[in-house]
Design a protein around this ligand. Structure first.
Ligand code: NIG
Ligand code: FE
Length: 434
C-alpha cells in the first residue's frame, strides 16, 4: 500500500539531489562533481523532512500525498547554505563603495575610521529592536535568493554590551523566520576607537570578559586575522580562548595580505578558513590534509575591485573541501545572491557548474556541522529546496544578473515565491509571498 506523506513536489525538470555521494561529510576533488541529477524528479515530504526522492512516476506510485506542488519546467536544488555572512548591521555604506570606485583603498578607508568602525557607530546607536528588525529584513533577503541556512556573524558592536545586543538580535530575528541559522561571535573584527592605542587591553577584554559571557549566545568564534588588524599572535589568543569556552572556530584568513591564516586555522582545528585570496602553498597543503573547509568569497574580491581571487582550482585539485559564500556585509560585499557568487566562481576561479553546486550546499553545511540536516536531498534531512527558472543545471553560473530563484522551500513549506504569471496556484491556502 502507498505510504502517506504530507506533500509531493513533482515534475521538476531536473532534481539535483547530491544523493550519489554520502549524506554527510565534505566532498573533495572529483566527488565535488557528482550531482545525482534526476529528470522529471519528485520529492516526498513528511513533517518537514525528506522521505524520498525519485521520478515523479515512481513517487506517485509509492506515496499518497495530501498535497502536490507542480514544479514543471524548473531546476530544483537543495536550499543554498550561506556559511559566511555579516547581517548584524543597520546602515549601508554606499559612499565608501563610490570612494573605492574613485580610487580609494578599502584598508585605507578603514584606517581613517570608516569601514567597520562606521558600521559600529550605527549599531551602537541602534536600539535592540531596530537592530533585530534590520537583521530580520536581511534574513528574508537571503531566503529570496534561495538560501535556507545562514551563518550569521556579530562584529559591528565591538563592546561587551553591543556584541551581546548583536548576538541577541541574530537570535531573535532568526526565531521570526523559518531559516536555519548559526551564530558566530566576531568581537575580533576590528579594534574599537577606545582601544585603538591599547590593543592588548582589547584582546584581554575579548578573552577575559566577552568570550566567557557571550559564548552561550554563539556557536562559533571568528577573528579578522589580517596584518594591521588582529595579528597572528592576537588571533591565536582569541581563538584559543573561544575554544576553551566551547565555541568552534572560523577565521577570516589571508584575505588581503598573506599571514599564514589558513595554517593557523588548521592548527587550531577550525571548522573553516575563509577568504584565502592570499593563501600560501603550505596553507593549501595543510587545508587539504584537514577537515577545515576553505570558504571562498569571490563576491568580496569582485566588489573591492581586486584581482587576487582565491586559487580554487589548485585547492580543489589538492583535495581541499571548498565552499562558497556571499560574505554579505555593508562594506566589502553587499549581495545576498548565491547564484551571483556561483557565476563569479565559474568565471574568475574556473570552477565547474557541478563544483559550484557542491560548494554552495553540502560543503558549507559540513562547515557548519549541519551536514546531517541540510545540504543534500538524502531521506531524513530537512526538505529545504531552491527552485530555479533555468533550462538546466548546466545554466548555473551562466545565467547572471537576475534572480533565477522562483521559489524557496524550507522544511517542506514554500516560504518565498518570486511568483510567475503561470504559477498562480502556488500560494493557494499557503503562506503569503514575502
Ligand atoms: O569579510 N574583512 C572583514 N570583514 C568583512 C568586511 C566587513 C566590513 O567591511 O564591514 C569581510 O570582508
Ligand atoms: Fe567576512
Amino acid at each position: 500500500m502507498a505510504a502517506r506523506v504530507d506533500r509531493l513536489f513533482v515534475h521538476c525538470r531536473e532534481l539535483v539531489t547530491l544523493t550519489d555521494g554520502p549524506a554527510t561529510g565534505p566532498r573533495r576533488g572529483a566527488a565535488m562533481r557528482r550531482l545525482g541529477v534526476l529528470e522529471d524528479g519528485a520529492v516526498a515530504v513528511r513533517d518537514g523532512r525528506i522521505v524520498a526522492t525519485g521520478t515523479t512516476h515512481a513517487l506517485r506510485r509509492d506515496y499518497r500525498a495530501e498535497a502536490e506542488l507542480d514544479l514543471s519546467g524548473y531546476v530544483v536544488l537543495p536550499g543554498f547554505v550561506d556559511c559566511h555572512t555579516h547581517p548584524a548591521f543597520v546602515k549601508t555604506r554606499e559612499h565608501e563603495f563610490h570612494q573605492r570606485c574613485a580610487g580609494a583603498d578599502y584598508m585605507a578607508i578603514a584606517a581613517a575610521g570608516g569601514g567597520i568602525l562606521s558600521s559600529m557607530r550605527a549599531v551602537r546607536e541602534a536600539t535592540a529592536e531596530e537592530l533585530t528588525d534590520a537583521v530580520e529584513r536581511h534574513l528574508w533577503g537571503f531566503a529570496a535568493h534561495g538560501t535556507t541556512t545562514v551563518e550569521c556573524k556579530s562584529g559591528y558592536g565591538l563592546s561587551l554590551a553591543d556584541e551581546a545586543k548583536s548576538l541577541r538580535a541574530l537570535q531573535e530575528a532568526a526565531a521570526r523566520t523559518p531559516l536555519s541559522t548559526r551564530r558566530t561571535f566576531l568581537g575580533a573584527h576590528e579594534f574599537p576607537p577606545e582601544y585603538r592605542d591599547d590593543r592588548e587591553a582589547y584582546v584581554r577584554l575579548l578573552c577575559e570578559q566577552m568570550l566567557p559571557q557571550l559564548a552561550p549566545l554563539a556557536d562559533y568564534c571568528d577573528v579578522f586575522a589580517e596584518p594591521g588588524v588582529f595579528d597572528a599572535a592576537q588571533s591565536e589568543r582569541v581563538l584559543a580562548a573561544a575554544r576553551a569556552h566551547g565555541l568552534r572556530l572560523r577565521v577570516h584568513a589571508d584575505e588581503i595580505r598573506p599571514m599564514g591564516g589558513a595554517e593557523l586555522a588548521v592548527a587550531l582545528g577550525a571548522a573553516s578558513a575563509d577568504h584565502l585570496g592570499r593563501i600560501s602553498d603550505q596553507g593549501i597543503e595543510r587545508l587539504a590534509a584537514s577537515d577545515t573547509v576553505g570558504v571562498l568569497l569571490p563576491g568580496t574580491i569582485f566588489f573591492l575591485g581586486k584581482a587576487h581571487y582565491a586559487p580554487a582550482r589548485r585547492m580543489i585539485e589538492a583535495g581541499c573541501a571548498v565552499a562558497l559564500a556571499t560574505d554579505f556585509n555593508p562594506g566589502s560585499c553587499y549581495t545576498q545572491s548565491m547564484t551571483l557568487i556561483q557565476t563569479l566562481a565559474c568565471v574568475q576561479m574556473k570552477m565547474s557548474a557541478e563544483e559550484v553546486v557542491t560548494a554552495t550546499t553540502i560543503n558549507p553545511a559540513f562547515s557548519l556541522q549541519l551536514d546531517g540536516e541540510v545540504g543534500t536531498l538524502h531521506p531524513g534531512k530537512r526538505a529545504d529546496l531552491c527552485v530555479l527558472d533555468l533550462p538546466s543545471w548546466r545554466a548555473i553560473g551562466y545565467a547572471f544578473g537576475g534572480n533565477p530563484v522562483v521559489m524557496t522551500v524550507k522544511d517542506g513549506e514554500p516560504i518565498v515565491a518570486n511568483v510567475h504569471e503561470r504559477d498562480p496556484d502556488w500560494f493557494g491556502g499557503g503562506p503569503e509571498p514575502v
